[in-house]
Design a binder for this molecule. Structure first.
Ligand SMILES: Cc1cc2nc3c(=O)[nH]c(=O)nc-3n(C[C@H](O)[C@H](O)[C@H](O)COP(=O)(O)OP(=O)(O)OC[C@H]3O[C@@H](n4cnc5c(N)ncnc54)[C@H](O)[C@@H]3O)c2cc1C
Length: 416
């Protein structure tokens, strides 16, 4: 069926106002005959979490969205380090190119969010709209029901509602996410005193134990970020792990990093009581399609690939999804039955490659640990943990140019 583009606009409901939802709405608002609304559960748009990395791939999509010049705050990353958190041994150093127009930065999450928000047209976002139910009404579209008792109807629902997506639960009822065993605690701190404590803290770095790490990085404007992680066997600890952005006490966080260098423990103790937020990492399997309900539902961002922050570029992936979706709708003049398969065709293989990469990496690490045996020392286990990517070319992630990917997909389509 071809949508009668002149008859009426395509009503698109974007569920979720994270990076994926905001980028989708920005890109869709530039397409003729599309009426877009974002329904966000929060009463105030406020990013939880601390910092976010913006690499070349993310800059590329921000440029296409027209947002790149609005994001002016952040710390330019000139190198990243991997060190042993107990001995301070530097195990790996990656020097970054900074003499480019848009070098990699670590920014406060709120800065990315406000840059995106500045480009969302007025009256597009509806706050305090927690989606509780979606109903497929066939040719009449989809009904969305919210916790406040209101409802809305749309021709296309974009599930940009994150890793615990309600839209995905409705359209893919068998999909399940599971606790990975990783818990993350994040906070921001004034960074000047942190660097006085140890000048190495001025460089973005992971400080590792065998099953933990502490990430320390400046994020610009005098602030820095601590993101500390600990892994426990999910088979034992999964039941109580549902937290996402929940406040936790300082002593509790410190208790996971007692063997670390005194300087690191000191910095952890400086986080103001009440400022730590805990995030339990969940992940889910690969989907074989990102669209459902006869092309009336599509997933973008974390809802479509529950990778739990792997690659540290999920906001970039989410925004790429939103931009590609809008281009596909523009290309097929809002005919969802042609646009959504094109979206799948471009984005599915990309996510399949990510799942395959992570599978390979986990297998490599397990094999190396097995070779080391049970008697391996702390330091050896730390070294094994830091398999960076063994010299593998990761430019398909960090150098991804989604504009070029789109052009190539259209060229290929036209040759068929
Ligand atoms: C520890 C950690 C570190 C990370 N570091 C990076 C990094 O450095 N760089 C990077 O690019 N990515 C990073 N990521 C990943 C990144 O945060 C996510 O991939 C990104 O936020 C996904 O965006 P999204 O819009 O898909 O979902 P989200 O950001 O999760 O947004 C979903 C939105 O939907 C709303 N919502 C949920 N349910 C409902 C409902 N029922 N009704 C209405 N609204 C709803 C939520 O309130 C939220 O606003 C990291 C992730 C983690 C966990």
């Amino acid at each position: 069926m071809t949508i009668e583009t002149s008859a009426r606009s395509l009503r698109v409901a974007v569920v979720g106002g994270g990076p994926g939802g905001l980028a989708t709405a920005i890109a869709l608002s530039k397409i003729p005959n599309v009426e877009v609304k974002i329904y966000e559960q929060a009463s105030l748009l406020r990013e939880v979490g601390a910092g976010i990395s913006i690499g070349q791939n993310t800059w590329n999509v921000l440029e296409l969205l027209g947002v790149a010049d609005t994001l002016t705050s952040g710390h330019v990353i000139d190198a990243t380090l991997n060190l042993n958190g107990k001995t301070g041994e530097e195990i790996h150093r990656q020097v970054k190119t900074v003499s480019v127009k848009r070098p990699q930065i670590r920014a406060q999450r709120t800065k990315l969010q406000s840059a995106l928000l500045a480009h969302v047209p007025p009256r597009v976002i509806e706050l305090s709209k927690k989606l509780t139910r979606v109903v497929d009404k066939g040719k009449e579209g989809i009904e969305l029901h919210f916790k406040d008792g209101t409802s809305a109807t749309a021709d296309l629902v974009v599930g940009a509602d994150g890793i615990r997506s309600m839209v995905r639960d409705a359209a893919w009822p068998d999909y399940e996410i599971k606790y990975t065993g990783t818990t993350i605690w994040r906070a921001l701190l004034p960074w000047e005193d942190v660097v006085k404590q140890d000048p190495r803290f001025a460089t973005t770095a992971w400080w590792h134990g065998p099953t933990t790490h502490v990430w320390l990085s400046p994020v610009g404007e005098g602030l820095g970020e601590i993101a500390a992680r600990s892994w426990q066997d999910p088979a034992v600890h999964s039941a109580d792990k549902v937290s996402w952005g929940v406040p936790v006490g300082n002593a509790y966080v410190q208790s996971h990093f007692e063997e670390y260098l005194p300087g690191i423990r000191e910095v952890i103790s400086w986080v103001k009581e009440g400022d730590w937020r805990e995030f339990a990492a969940f992940a889910g399997p690969e989907l074989s399609k990102l669209t459902a309900w006869d092309d009336k539902v599509v997933l973008v961002g974390d809802s479509s690939h529950a990778l739990s922050g792997a690659f540290g570029s999920g906001a970039g992936f989410a925004m790429e999804d939103g931009w590609v979706l809008a281009q596909a709708l523009r290309y097929y003049r809002n005919d969802v039955h042609r646009a959504l398969p094109l979206f799948d065709r471009i984005r599915l293989p990309y996510y399949a490659r990510m799942y395959a990469h992570l599978g390979e990496q986990a297998a490599q690490r397990a094999a190396r640990l097995e070779r080391l045996g049970d008697s391996a020392s702390y330091d050896d286990r730390v070294r094994v943990k830091i398999i960076t990517d063994g010299g593998k070319d990761m430019s398909w992630i960090y150098g991804n140019n989604i504009g070029k990917v789109w052009d190539e997909a259209i060229d290929a389509l036209q040759l068929e």
